[in-house]
Write a protein that binds this ligand. Structure first.
Ligand SMILES: [Zn+2]
Ligand SMILES: [Zn+2]
Length: 424
């Protein structure tokens, strides 16, 4: 129990912008306040177990976070039963402006990856910020995708108003790490200078990586005439090959050329996943136990007795997560090939009216039905249509016919989002 001058045991750890709390008994938020800290920025709370002296401070902490208008999701980690316990406690903290994600521990030893203190990660969150093509409309921002994985934020395309669409979701452009551009038509890049200014005003200092077709540096330099002084570095990576893959920490971005009236690329975001630790295999190969953990994390260990590699202790790689994104193109084999088995396929659907096929051909765009044919051939799990022509008022009217081709089709609306998790 808490005593005057002796709060319940609880640990606060902060690393690289991420705040972690272990256990949260009665009074823990007061103990934090005494240190001058607010509960608002806590990203993760881990629970050792569910005795009251380790968790009864949670509802009050949640209320305080809510009152501080937190909108970022909160991750809770704890033994089996976490969701049940948290739901029970939330009877007295029912309405919160942020999402709570519960991760229940099921194995005797388990590892969860985060940005910089990683091992194995678990979730890719996706938000289609806008669904418009050509020009932004009231209630329909220009097509742009925000993806977040393991502490890294990726934006694909940044047309006029994209930063407003982000703000509507409660997000700031400041933490974006990477912006990928499909091509350099204004509806896909004209929001960049304003976004850079906002990042600069927020005193960002981390470098920003831009990826796009050839000419990126020239285009960015031109746009920076109206955003010249920035407190952070901009790095440009120009795509030169028809298909190109860029590796990051735990995931990769694959770019593939499509067919528009200027050079244009589609993108995959692919989260890889290593195999499960195989104890029998490690024992059979006589790998010393003190190396197991490091090998599981992907380290190669060289000793006098020889070299040990991760594949000696790991099973087959497990299924990861793949999101395929393409806009402003005619159907191509490169899209089908790259979208194979995607968990989510986000594709342009400029026209819903079947009679506009000729127009789609002429302006190098796609109809809903062409997108659905690609989804079907690639065997994707789900397709979201986007990049609607401004003349297309009610995309959903055409979905009956689209679903006859590919049943799991959705006429996406602005802000549509999903958390993609590993399936096993
Ligand atoms: Zn466009
Ligand atoms: Zn275009």
């Amino acid at each position: 129990m808490p005593l005057p001058h002796r709060w319940l045991t609880s640990l606060m750890a902060r690393y690289n912008g991420t705040s972690i709390l272990i256990d949260c008994g009665e009074g823990t938020q007061i103990a934090m306040k005494e240190k001058g800290w607010s509960p608002k920025p806590i990203d993760i709370i881990c629970f050792t177990h569910y005795h009251a002296d380790h968790i009864s401070g949670l509802p009050g902490m949640l209320l305080t976070m809510g009152n501080a208008e937190r909108t970022e999701p909160l991750l809770l980690i704890g033994p089996k039963g976490l969701t049940k316990v948290v739901n029970a406690l939330r009877v007295i903290a029912p309405e919160l402006p942020f999402e709570i994600r519960c991760m229940e521990l099921t194995e005797p030893e388990q590892s969860v990856a985060f940005d910089g203190f990683r091992i194995e990660a678990h979730m890719l969150d996706i938000c289609l910020l806008g669904t418009g093509g050509m020009m932004p409309l009231p209630h329909r921002w220009l097509t742009s995708l925000m993806a977040r994985y393991n502490g890294t934020s990726i934006l694909i395309d940044c047309g006029e108003g994209t930063q407003i669409a982000m703000k509507e979701k409660g997000w700031s452009p400041k933490p974006i790490d990477i912006i990928c551009f499909t091509h350099y038509h204004a509806d896909h890049i004209s929001g960049l200078p304003g976004m850079l200014l906002t990042m600069g005003n927020a005193e960002r200092t981390e470098p920003l990586l831009l990826i796009g077709p050839k000419g990126l540096t020239k285009v960015v330099n031109a746009l920076r005439v109206i955003a010249p002084e920035l407190p952070f570095e901009i790095r440009c990576m120009e795509l030169t090959e028809p298909e190109q893959s860029v590796a990051f920490d735990g995931f990769r971005i694959e770019a593939y050329r499509v067919n528009h009236n200027v050079v244009c690329y589609g993108y995959n975001i692919v989260v890889e996943r290593i195999g499960k630790f195989d104890v029998a295999k490690a024992e059979k190969l006589n790998i010393p136990r003190n190396y197991w953990n490091r090998l599981q994390k992907g380290e190669i260990i060289e000793t006098e007795n020889g070299k040990f590699t991760p594949d000696m202790v790991l099973g087959e790689p497990r299924k990861g997560i793949k999101v395929t994104y393409c806009t402003d193109t005619r159907p191509t084999e490169s899209i089908v090939r790259n979208a194979v088995d995607a968990d989510l396929f986000i594709c342009e659907g400029m026209y819903g009216e079947p009679e506009k096929l000729q127009k789609a051909r002429e302006y190098k765009h796609m109809t809903f039905y062409e997108a659905a044919e690609i989804a079907k051939r690639a065997g994707v799990k789900e397709m979201w249509l986007t990049h609607y022509s401004p003349s297309l008022i009610r995309p959903e009217e055409y979905m009956g016919a689209v679903r006859k081709i590919f049943p799991d089709s959705i006429a996406a609306k602005d802000g549509r989002s999903v958390d993609l998790l590993f399936t096993d």
